[in-house]
Design a protein around this ligand. Structure first.
Ligand SMILES: [Zn+2]
Length: 213
């Protein structure tokens, strides 16, 4: 079974975090597995995936099993002791904490509509409501939208967006599980982006060498 360019690229990305791909025949059918290998103990675990599984999905699945997926991937046994002191030992997790803050701030604002925020002008309110009608439905933002993203799109403070949303379209009805899952997705996305960046750097270097030759 030939793999597409995208699949080869995904394989290479995942190899950078110690996850390899192999195919095993199960009931005479080829089944794709991914194997995570611990950089500390050499322990490994295999999980089944659709052959076109996105790297985010693969990383997330191993993380759910307790693996710590990074350039120094660790099995659940080796990852555990470090978790206690995550703040010092895991700079990338510090970043995660920072990334979650706006999310929490947004929630707080949603709970007690900010009195401190100035009143929007009519034009601003109209622009915000128009934008909300594209991306806010039944108390939920669609496609990972947020007050912050609407604010960024319109060049307005997100607190102002929150205020207008509260007034004209109501509060966000999002359960905490969804909020936490979104934070997880953000984090995995950041890992994948980091990997892609390195991959691109490698490709550019190769190109530069070819051009210089
Ligand atoms: Zn280990």
């Amino acid at each position: 079974m030939a793999r597409t360019g995208t699949q080869v690229r995904i394989d290479r990305l995942l190899e950078r975090v110690g996850i390899t791909r192999f195919v095993r025949m199960v009931d005479a059918k080829p089944i794709t597995y991914r194997r995570a290998t611990c950089t500390a103990s050499g322990a490994h675990e295999d999980l089944r995936f659709p052959s076109d599984a996105a790297p985010e999905m693969v990383i997330k699945a191993f993380e759910q099993k307790g693996w710590e997926i990074s350039q120094r991937t660790k099995c659940p046994a080796c990852a555990k002791p470090k978790r206690a002191s995550r703040a010092e030992s895991h700079p990338e997790q510090n970043v995660v904490t920072l990334r979650q803050e706006p999310e929490n701030m947004k929630q707080n604002t949603a709970q007690k509509p900010a009195e401190a925020v100035r009143e929007p002008t009519l034009d601003e309110a109209a622009a915000i409501v128009k934008k909300l009608d594209e991306c806010f439905e039944d108390g939920r933002y669609l496609d990972g939208g947020s007050d912050r993203k609407v604010g960024e799109t319109l060049g307005l403070p997100w607190a102002l967006v929150a205020k207008v949303r509260e007034k004209f379209r109501g509060p966000i009805k999002e359960d905490p599980a969804v909020v936490s899952l979104r934070a997880d997705i953000d984090r995995v996305e950041a890992t994948v982006k980091e990997l892609l960046k390195e991959e691109m750097k490698g490709l550019r270097e190769r190109l530069a060498k070819l051009e210089a030759a």
